[in-house]
Design a protein around this ligand. Structure first.
Ligand SMILES: Cc1ncc(COP(=O)(O)O)c(C=O)c1O
Length: 450
């Protein structure tokens, strides 16, 4: 097969020689060579089948035949830029607009989540005439220079925080400043944003935007308390800024109850800008920015053209339309709601059984299992989480960790993930955790022996 022209060791050696070490591999001690994908499964060069619990880019399933066919058919006819009239781009914008609140009615097409967030930043600055940005702690918004600057997850390891970037606490009700026992965590976390806004203004600076993932993923699969975004939007709007909801990881029906994750906050909340990527192209580079007429008009007023060579091409839009068709036809949003709540229930039973599980949180097929050293301190069980991930891999299950402590097992599988997959994963996790506990107990027994 073309994808497996050489042995795994030779591929690894070539990769080490030709690619930068900055481009990391999963499981670096024993990387996997993947040559094929289908649905929620990936296959290595020997034909071994792995269950994929983390790839939220292959949203409707790896290599979905309808998406592949849509790309192929359009590729045979035409692929050019968006400067000619073409039905695909307007059909796609129309279909996306049907999923969003009416106010978000202007669309820009791009190739990656990073490009979408960078354009959102330009739009916000142009519309407001302000420069500064407020972000949530531990956030990641992309790899461009502008976005590394607004990603505490990255800039903390680099040159640090720019003077125009301001960080508000992550609304984490399990390990954050205000927890599940607080009477109004949404209000308390929003007051922290207000405090940041006030201190920015006291310095004579002006806020262009607040950026947040609707559900912070790199931050540790966090579910912000409902009502938080509404209050934040009030503080940001009062300061003349706009609210940017990054839906790159969490949009498109993943959360089950709603099509967009920001809708979990309540029907009265509408961001000024929404950015999309990853899942919307199911692996093909498609991204989008949706915004209001007012923001778009201000951007147009510069007279400068927005041009993107590949963004919004007939092929990209055909792919985007096919992803929407599959979501609808296979009712994947409802599927995510029911499989996700089944998986959450199984994981909660595991929490009752294994003290290392401190918290199980999530909605739809966006779930985090927070592993802790002990309940009193909720110290992240980082090594244990890594151990679980590597043992799961031995069992042909692909999982990974997130969160500042890298201790949160994250589930964000392709949306066709099934009830049987959920049962299988949890049974394996149960066996691994039970075995870990037995090992710890036998060490303690040894230590107790005279
Ligand atoms: C929340 C979020 N925003 C933006 C991006 C950047 O997207 P891309 O890698 O497609 O540029 C990512 C990528 O991981 C992301 O997780």
């Amino acid at each position: 097969m073309a994808a497996d022209r050489r042995g795994k060791a030779e591929t690894l050696a070539l990769r080490r020689r030709l690619l930068s070490d900055s481009c990391r591999l999963f499981y670096p001690e024993d990387p996997i060579k993947i040559v094929r994908g289908q649905g929620q499964y990936l296959y290595d060069e020997q034909g071994a089948e792995y269950l994929d619990c983390v790839n939220n880019v292959a949203h409707v399933g790896h290599c979905h035949p309808l998406v592949v066919r849509a790309a192929h058919e359009q590729n045979q006819v035409l692929n050019t830029n968006s400067r000619y009239l073409h039905d695909n781009i307007v059909d796609y914008a129309q279909r996306l607009s049907e999923t969003l609140p009416e106010k978000l009615s202007v669309f820009y097409f791009l190739n990656s989540g990073s490009e979408a967030n960078d354009l959102a930043l330009r739009l916000a600055r142009q519309y407001t005439g302000h420069w500064d940005v407020v972000v949530l702690d531990h956030a990641y918004h992309g790899h461009l220079s502008s976005l590394i600057d607004i990603s505490p997850y990255k800039f903390r390891d680099l040159d640090g925080q720019k003077e125009w970037v301001h960080v508000a606490p992550l609304p984490d009700t399990y390990r954050g400043l205000y927890r599940e026992d607080h009477p109004n965590p949404a209000g308390a976390y929003a007051s922290e944003v207000e405090r940041v806004v006030n201190s920015v203004q006291e310095k004579g600076r002006k806020i262009a935007a607040f950026f947040a993932e609707s559900l912070p993923s790199v931050g540790g699969q966090i579910i912000p308390p409902a009502g938080f975004f509404q209050e934040v939007a009030e503080h940001i709007h009062r300061a003349g800024g706009v609210f940017v909801a990054d839906e790159i990881q969490v949009g498109f029906g993943r959360v089950g109850q709603h099509f967009w994750a920001f809708q979990l906050q309540g029907e009265d909340f509408v961001p000024d800008i929404v950015t999309m990527g990853k899942s919307i192209g199911n692996g093909h580079p498609v991204a989008c920015v949706a915004t209001t007429q007012a923001v778009a008009r201000a951007f147009e007023a510069t007279g400068v053209e927005y041009f993107n060579t590949f963004g919004g091409s007939p092929v990209s839009c055909a792919v985007g339309l096919a992803v929407l068709d599959v979501l609808e036809k296979e009712q994947l949003q409802a599927h995510a709601a029911s499989v996700g709540s089944f998986l959450m229930e199984l994981l909660r039973q595991q929490k009752a059984k294994h003290p290392i599980i401190g918290d199980v949180r999530g909605t739809g097929l966006f779930i985090g299992v927070d592993l802790i050293k002990d309940e009193a301190t909720r110290t992240p069980a980082t090594e244990e989480a890594n151990y679980v991930v590597s043992r799961m891999k031995e069992n042909y299950i692909l999982l990974s960790t997130d969160g500042p402590g890298r201790n949160v097992l994250k589930f964000k599988p392709p949306m066709c993930f099934s009830v049987d997959n959920a049962r299988h994963v949890v049974a394996k996790m149960d066996a691994i955790l039970t075995n870990m506990e037995e090992k710890v107990r036998s060490c303690e027994t040894l230590r107790l022996q005279p």
